[in-house]
Structures are given as C-alpha cells and as structure tokens.
Design a protein around this ligand. Sequence first.
Ligand SMILES: Cc1ncc(COP(=O)(O)O)c(C=O)c1O
Length: 386
Amino acid sequence: MRLNPVLDKLTPYRAGPPVTAIQRRYGLDTVVRLSANEIPWGPFPEVIEALKRAVEGLNRYPDGSCEELRGLLAERLSVPEESFMFGNGSCELLMLLGQAFLSPSHHVVIPHPSFVMYRSIAMMNGAPFSAVHHRDLVYDLDAMLAAIRNDTSLLIVCNPDNPTGGYLEPPILRAFLDRIPEDVVVVLDEAYGEFVTSPARQESAVWLSEYPNLVILRTFSKIYGLAGLRIGYGIADRQVVQALDKVRQPFNVDSLAQIAASESLRRPERMEERRWQVAAERDRLASRLTDMGIGCRPSQANFLLVDVTDLRIPGPEAPQALLERGVLTRSGYAMDCPGWIRVTIGEVEEGDLFLAAMQELRDARGPAKMTHPVAGLSAETLSPES
Ligand SMILES: Cc1ncc(COP(=O)(O)O)c(C=O)c1O
C-alpha cells in the first residue's frame, strides 16, 4: 500500500468509551460529562417537532446549497447570501479551508494551546505551521504577527478562546486585523461566540466589508444543542466561498441538520435565554472555586479553565481523580496547558457534583482516593478533544 506519507505524523481521534462503561468500572450511579463543551440541553422544542416532520422526506438528497438557512442568516446578519458556506460541523469547514489554502508551500499561523483541529489541518496538508504560544494564557498578538512569513496563507484565531475561555474585545481584534497583510486569510473561529456576555461584544459579520481576508466560523453544535447533527457555517468573501465549493462534496450538510439549524435561528429568544443561563452558572462556579481557594481564568465561553496546582494530589492526576468521582473534565496536560483542567458549564446539579469533587481534592486531610487507571479507561481517553 502506498499511503500518503503525511499520515505517518497523524494519530486517529480516539473517542472515549460511553458513560455507562465508566459507571460500571467505578461503581458510580451518576457520571457527568463536562469534557466536550456541549450544552446540557437538547434542541429547542420547536426544532424537535420540525425534525419529526422532516424525517419522511429522507429519501431525497438535501439541498446542496442550504438555501433556506442561507436566506435566514443573510437577513439576520445583513450579509449577502453568497458570503455563506456550510459544513458538516465547523470542523468540516476547517478541513475544507485546509484543503483550499494549505500545502507544503503554504504556511499557517495557529495559536497554542488551542483546538486540536488547527494543527491537524496543517499536518493533513503537509503545510508548515507556527504554533504561537499564548503569553500568560492570553493571545500574544504581536508574536502572531511576527510569525507571518512570505508564504503564510492562513492565520487562525479562536474567540472566545478554547481552552482558556479568554475573549479578545472587538477594538483589540480589529487593530490586529488592520495589521495583517491582505493576502493572509484570517480564520476567526467563533464556535463559542454566542456565549459572550461582555458589553463589548459586537457582531463581527459586519466587519467583512472592511476585511475581505476575514473568514468567520460558527457552529450549531454548542448553544443550539445540535452537536449530534453536525452543522456549522462560515461567512467570508465570495472568493473564499467559491474556493471551498470546489473542494466540498455536493451534499455535505444533511437535510435534518439544515432544518434544525433554520428552526433554531427562528427562536433567538431561546438562544438568548441559554446565553444568560450559562453565564449565571459560569459565574457561580467561578466564585465558588474562588471561595475554595482554587483559581480559574476569566471566561466568556461555556467552560472554565481551572487551576489544579494547589490540590492535595499532583495536578496531572486531577482529571483521573475527578473521573473516579463521576466528573469527566478535559486535562490541560493533554492540551499542552499544564496545571489546568477545562470544565464545561452544565446544569447546576452537574456543577455541584464538580464542586464537591474539587472540594475533596482540595481538602488537605487524608490520603487521596486514587485507583490505577485501566487501559483504555483513563481520563485522557475518556475526554474527547474539543
Ligand atoms: C474552537 C472550536 N472550533 C470548532 C469546533 C467544532 O465544532 P463543530 O465541528 O461541532 O461545529 C469546536 C468543537 O468543540 C471548537 O472547540
């Protein structure tokens, strides 16, 4: 077999075993999944009804250009219809951007630590990349600018950032965009944009007329509760949309996903309600952690990056110790963010379980309750990278 040699550098994504397997292994009644930045609630009720009605039409291929959804978004955001592109999750759009813009002679600048897909799209396309380290867990925008080379075609910024939760306010981001050469496409990944409650928040889609090299990515996986359906969208200059049309398969977004996304957009009040519900729980967890003497980073997303260096167990063991107490989190050690874990904002009861487990790990009394991780059932393999 003559496999593409770039595959030698790639490792397959390993999804963890189901929650039931963890329950059995550790004898737990409840396991909460706070590792993948999913929202704890399902699709809006109107979306569920629309999906039920749509199932009968599944003998037909979907609309390859997502006309209805495109029209709704164009109206909502006051952006021309031709500026939208759709993907099987925003992950697919990242992959298509990689195919369209990266090659061994096209370099990409990515933040570090960050979402695993950014590095993957560089490696899949054999593209050189510069992973620019955050400074004190905040974007080092000057260093990102300095990393741009003559052969740079893409630069990626995630806002709010995964895994730190940090938010680059619009004036800072725009000043940064002003300094990027026009032939470098800036991918602004706003997977968590709907969770922002900062008064500084602005609709970034309106910046497109000023910055034709800007590509905004969004997803229905997070606040809309549609992660299982896989649908995301991008807003970009026509040239970018046309380039991606050349590399995508004709029916890349399934019909149920399109219907669910359109119906979700028709319920802005429900989305707004979720935004504030998540923010309230985010504030509650942050202040309870502070009361316990545990630090966390300011977040505008649906997760918190929590300091695990002051627990009575070594920090790298914290995700496993939490798992054994029924709480799945994402280890910062696995994301090159040592000393931290990332915890998704869930229901209040889920947050309480997390806080109780953290309190135990924080408590100075008694030996840590640790069992040895079994192969294939450790916190690392259980926590999807996202
Ligand atoms: C920063 C970031 N971008 C993009 C995605 C991909 O989302 P999806 O492919 O579900 O739209 C995620 C998922 O967790 C993410 O964290």
